[in-house]
Design a protein around this ligand. Structure first.
Ligand code: 13P
Length: 249
């Protein structure tokens, strides 16, 4: 059985003082949750949030990592650096990085391979643009992102991978995919994984939904059999809202 996980993606929000307060507020609120839980925070918040969340059930993640251990890559942070400070998760290939920072399936592949080598669970994001959905290209887009993003990966590698399906048109827009659509698309992703990496990987892999997931729609989304959790942007910035999502019913 796949254990659900709800992950907050704080994106480029929260100075350290606010970050520590939000993390502290969350601890008692999510203590009894059945789902796993983590927050992916800006680099400058990693150490202080990690300190606040030490010995709690809330994991701490970054939002990107380079593929090399070190070198002349100005502005980048390596997986070795994240491992050194005890980081457990890292978002890779978020659509905002694909759209604004030239992230490709090839760089997603390299970053993911490097991160898992350093014992960090990669949260690999896939998803189609609005025009791709409207032109009926969703499945082709996802198939390409998966085939190229996980090229040369082994069954074992998937023990350190979570996929987040985030339709780009649903991110920060208030538009959510219907629970049925999200479930069907995630089933397509799972079947593609099965085709490429086998039944075992596909059955054990956690696949999350992301895109305007909030306190109002979480219960319905989480009732779907293929949806193993959520990657939450805006609604993860308020403790009460994020906790309600983690404690979905
Ligand atoms: P919103 O929840 O703000 O739509 O963001 C989703 C997202 O991009 C999470 O990674």
């Amino acid at each position: 059985m796949r254990k659900p996980i709800i992950i907050g993606n704080w994106k480029m929000n929260k100075l350290q003082q606010d970050a520590k307060e939000l993390a502290k507020e969350l601890i008692p609120l999510v203590q009894g949750s059945l789902a796993d839980c983590a927050v992916c925070v800006p680099y400058t918040d990693l150490i202080c949030v990690k300190e606040v969340l030490a010995n709690t059930k809330i994991g701490v993640g970054a939002q990107n990592a380079h593929w090399a251990d070190n070198g002349a890559f100005t502005g980048e942070v390596s997986p070795a650096m994240l491992e050194e400070i005890g980081i457990s998760y890292c978002v890779i290939g978020h659509s905002e990085r694909r759209q604004y920072f030239g992230e490709t399936d090839k760089t997603v592949n390299m970053r993911t391979a490097a991160v898992i080598k350093h014992n960090i669970t990669a949260i690999v994001c896939v998803g189609e643009l609005l025009e791709e959905r409207e032109e009926g290209k969703t499945e082709n887009v996802l198939r390409k992102q998966i085939t190229e993003g996980f090229k040369n990966f082994s069954e074992d590698d998937f023990k350190k991978i979570i996929i987040a399906y985030e339709p780009v048109w649903a991110i920060g827009t208030g538009k959510t995919a219907t629970a049925e659509d999200a479930n069907a698309t995630i089933l397509f992703i799972r079947n593609t994984i099965k085709e490429l990496f086998g039944e075992n990987v596909s059955q054990n892999l956690r696949i999350l939904y992301g895109g305007s997931m909030n306190t109002k729609n979480v219960d319905e989304l989480m009732s779907m059999p293929e949806i193993d959790g959520g990657l939450i942007g805006g609604a993860s910035l308020k403790a009460a809202d994020f906790a309600r999502i983690v404690n979905y019913r």
